[in-house]
Design a protein around this ligand. Structure first.
Ligand code: 13P
Length: 250
């Protein structure tokens, strides 16, 4: 059996005005000139999704969003639905990011419902889990992330394309990364939790690592056991850095 293509996804978070479209264009042009081993995605702010989708049309770059509401439409001021994201050209969506869990109190159950909404609109969800520094120091990392997987992955994911992202909260935007042994221990435990939750379907979905991934550490992280790609924040904002991480995947 051939291994599935790794997925390298950029999370632009709340960064990017009009000129940022050019970074995506540069990524797309480079991948057209020399195709990547990995699948490549850029999860942009909602305001840029349609512009990015147009800019990279016909190229090997998947455009995605960073959150959706659970409903298809309704009186939810400020929110966008999975259907709206898909209508704008989005094909993927990040769900349950730690920044949404901590700043907006998003729970595992809400994340699971959002994953169902994503599937309803044909979006491929990337479902995030990760421990705080206090949880790691208390030796609770594996218990915490496996519980998050169990609560955040709805049964409907079985048989559809999705990814899980392991993002230790203390490694996000800090320049700190876990050791390779720590990354492997988390990813192996997550794989087992995904298989317990979804059966066979939980054995094949990629598990991305996220948290201070950069050109200088991407290659060794991507070689670690059960690491099926990366979810990249800060280093995804510049085409050159993001492309270096994409190329590190092979
Ligand atoms: P950084 O790569 O900036 O640490 O962010 C990681 C992240 O939160 C991606 O979702």
């Amino acid at each position: 059996m051939t291994a599935p293509r790794p997925l390298i996804a950029g999370n632009w978070k709340m960064f990017g005005l009009g000129p940022a479209v050019d970074e995506a264009r540069q990524v797309a042009a480079a991948l057209t000139a020399r195709p990547a081993a990995a699948r490549v995605a850029i999860c942009a702010p909602a305001t840029l999704v349609e512009r990015l989708a147009r800019a990279v049309e016909g190229c090997d770059v998947i455009v995605g969003g960073q959150d959706i509401h659970t409903e298809a439409c309704g009186a939810f001021t400020g929110d966008i639905s999975a259907e709206m994201l898909a209508d704008a050209g989005g094909r993927m969506v990040i769900l349950g990011h730690s920044e949404r869990r901590s700043a907006y109190g998003e729970s595992d159950a809400l994340t699971a419902t959002k994953a169902e909404a994503a599937l309803r609109a044909g979006l491929e969800p990337i479902i995030c889990v990760g421990e705080t520094l206090a949880e790691r120091e208390a030796g609770r990392t594996l218990e915490v992330i496996c519980r998050q997987v169990q609560g955040s992955l709805p049964p409907a994911l079985a048989g559809t394309a999705f990814a899980v992202a392991y993002e230790p909260i203390w490694a996000i935007g800090t320049g700190l990364t876990p050791t390779l042994d720590q990354i492997e221990a988390s990813h192996v435990a997550l794989r087992a939790a995904m298989a317990r939750t979804l059966g066979e379907a939980g054995r094949s979905a990629p598990i991305l690592y996220g948290g201070s991934v950069k050109p200088s550490n991407a290659a060794e992280i991507l070689k670690a056991k059960e690491v099926g790609g990366a979810l990249v924040g800060g280093a995804s904002l510049k085409a050159a850095d993001f492309l270096a991480i994409v190329r590190a995947a092979g």
